[in-house]
Write a protein that binds this ligand. Sequence first.
Ligand SMILES: Nc1nc2c([nH]c(=O)n2[C@H]2C[C@H](O)[C@@H](COP(=O)(O)OP(=O)(O)OP(=O)(O)O)O2)c(=O)[nH]1
Length: 140
Amino acid sequence: MSSRRLVVAAALVDDLERPTRLLAARRSRPVRIAGRWEFPGGKVDPGESATEALHRELHEELGVRVYLGDELVGPDDGSWIITDRHVMRLWRAVVVHGDPQPLVEHDELRWLGADTLHDVDWLDGDVRIVRALAASFSAS
Ligand SMILES: Nc1nc2c([nH]c(=O)n2[C@H]2C[C@H](O)[C@@H](COP(=O)(O)OP(=O)(O)OP(=O)(O)O)O2)c(=O)[nH]1
């Protein structure tokens, strides 16, 4: 069993079947990770399911409603260890309502294509996740 705190996040793509773009979000806080890029999401609150928390976080952070596709199952008991203190579960998702905006915690959003997926400074724990996602990407 992991004692790490669970974080849930979305790989927001333009198309679940044939993704060509991925949304990356730049952290504005806390200082230790400000300027680094991540998958939008956050911690699961007590009493919430993982997917309830993800819908809530995406609405709070980006102002969007989403449809969740498949979970990107990770190598660490099905999840992804991202830091000493956090383990992440991640779902592919598409926006069904709203236009993503950096409302809280982020100061910039960027849609990355197959050839630019690695161009931003992803948080350390996210790099191998981006690599795994890249395998399913099509050139735009
Ligand atoms: N949302 C999100 N968090 C990530 C990713 N990659 C990664 O290492 N993290 C880290 C950053 C944060 O320390 C933690 C997520 O918790 P949070 O977004 O509530 O940030 P926080 O600083 O309040 O967390 P904490 O250090 O107080 O426990 O996971 C990612 O792709 N998305």
